[in-house]
Design a protein around this ligand. Structure first.
Ligand code: MG
Length: 508
């Protein structure tokens, strides 16, 4: 048994190295590669990813897993697992899961999906530019049918959507997401309505004054260092869409984007990605270079970025500490803005059309809308042709606004053109996990707010390291949440947090 386990670990270590190599190619492409190299690069990446696929699906992996008692149908239950350590058990569970998912998809389907989504993204971008859904619809039909075929190949018990969700939020089911969102939706829309009805408008105009980019860079790096992101084990660069990528055990890189006329975009992009980066850098050294050196799920990963970005990064204590430095760096823009006005400005709430620009409160409604529609699409209950109408109706119901055109509605996100049905819920789950973790952290650290105001970011980071980061993927998101907070995921924590914060800002 020991030898089989060692052989699997050896194979996995190489798979992880190949993944890091592919990640370097991606990172380079997004940050500094000359545009002329794009075709050659995509071939290089495809080769590296093909090698990962071949190794994961190798017959030897399946044989070793079976010999070690892993049930191909249910890798979460390994025969004789009680005798194993927690880490070995998790290793087999996750390797079994990946092996199963990869081997179930015929190569033809994988290749066809890659081809259709690569064309699909181009057509989507053009359709969005012209606000012309009809131009994208036939391609979306094709992609949707491939997505459905993928779900059928992967298998599921209750909803077809389960098979897709599992890619991003392992072990969670659509019915669970539905239940969580259903109890969240009512109180959340009610809070938004109260804020809108208050008629109170928060001034955020000063955030769009002139903020020279070189000074924004300095400010971002200063904040990164202060919150504990080690620039000796990472980097901060710039890209069109901010992201975080892990290139090795001591190389976790972030990107952000600066806009000279939008202060929030750069700094909150940086702090968001730092949350992802701190997670990756905090994984126990014993797990590094294994498939367990990853987030428990995308929802948990997003909880880390959203916590740093919003619960910490848009809090008053955080800016009590950083605002003097920001004012010193940007005297022209912020010289006449007092701390309270700044804090209100970065927390302005208003129902808007575009998800990526949405505030902390309404953001979740954008996700509920997408989850509702994509679940219906995948179930065959909603036709692609009816999608724009359904989108506008849901938008009216949830946000009280109807997009004037499809570019600002159903065409705004890239996800569906990439076949990424099942991804969206993880954004809102991230917010929910973040609030629940933050509340638990506050119980353990009664001086948290005081500490943040004095620049003590080491205490919350140490808490997150111990409760979340070190474990990597050893626990499922569900188990991790229970262990860290003492309870299963419950949206009431997020509601309490949003109520408390925004009722105070808007006096509602
Ligand atoms: Mg993120």
């Amino acid at each position: 048994m020991k030898e089989r386990m060692e052989r699997l670990r050896e194979m996995d270590a190489e798979i992880q190295k190949l993944r890091h190599i592919a990640a370097i190619l991606h990172w380079d492409q997004e940050t500094c590669m000359p545009s002329g190299a794009v075709e050659e690069r995509s071939e290089q990446i495809a080769l590296a990813e093909g090698l990962v696929y071949d190794r994961l699906t190798a017959g030897e992996v399946g044989e070793l897993l079976a010999a070690l008692g892993v049930d191909a149908e249910h890798p979460e239950g390994t025969a004789g697992a009680e005798a194993m350590g927690e880490v070995d058990r998790a290793f087999l569970r996750e390797l079994g899961r990946e092996h199963r998912r990869k081997t179930r998809l015929p190569r033809r389907l994988v290749t066809e999906m890659a081809r259709q989504t690569s064309i699909g993204q181009k057509i989507w971008a053009e359709a969005r530019r012209r606000a012309d859904f009809a131009a994208f619809a036939p391609r979306l039909e094709t992609i949707l049918s491939l997505v459905i075929e993928t779900a059928e190949c992967l298998g599921y018990q209750e909803h077809r959507y389960d098979a897709l969700l599992d890619e991003y939020e392992p072990w969670m089911k659509a019915a669970e997401v539905e239940r969580i969102f259903a109890s969240f939706r009512g109180p959340l829309t009610e809070l938004v309505q109260r804020i809108v009805a208050s008629g109170r408008s928060v001034d955020a105009g000063f955030l769009h004054r002139e903020f020279p980019v070189d000074r924004q860079r300095r400010f971002s790096e200063r904040v990164l260092r202060a919150i504990g992101y080690e620039l000796e084990r990472g980097r901060l660069d710039e890209s069109a869409h901010p992201f975080t990528t892990t290139l090795g055990r001591s190389d976790v890189r972030l990107t952000t984007r600066y806009n000279p006329r939008n202060f929030g975009s750069g700094i909150f992009g940086t702090v968001h990605e730092a949350g992802h980066g701190l997670y990756e850098l905090g994984i126990a050294s014993g797990l590094r270079d294994t498939l367990l050196a990853d987030g428990a799920s995308l929802g948990i990963h997003e909880s880390q970025s959203r916590m740093w970005e919003n619960l910490i990064g848009r809090s008053l204590p955080f800016w009590r500490h950083f605002y003097p430095a920001a004012r010193e760096l940007f005297p022209e823009a912020l010289g006449d803005v007092e701390l309270d006005r700044f804090y209100h400005g970065i927390n302005a709430v208003s129902p808007s059309l575009i998800r990526v620009e949405a505030d902390e409160v309404t953001y979740n409604l954008h996700i509920i809308l997408r989850f509702t529609l994509e679940k219906a699409l995948v179930a065959g209950e909603l036709r692609v042709a009816d999608l724009p109408g359904a989108w506008n109706e849901e938008s009216d119901r949830l946000l009280g606004i109807v997009p004037p055109d499809d570019a600002q509605g159903v065409l705004q996100d890239i996800h569906w053109s990439m076949g990424g049905m099942g991804y969206f819920p993880t954004y809102a789950l991230g917010n929910l996990y973040a609030a629940q973790l933050f509340e638990a952290m506050g119980r353990d650290l009664p001086e948290l707010s005081e500490g943040l105001a004095h620049g003590d970011f080491a205490s919350p980071l140490a808490w997150l390291r111990e409760k979340v980061h070190v474990h990597g993927r050893v626990y499922s998101a569900k188990d991790l949440c229970r262990k860290a907070t003492g309870a299963p995921l419950d949206p009431s924590h997020s509601l309490r947090y949003l109520e408390g914060k925004f009722a105070a800002i808007y006096g509602v």
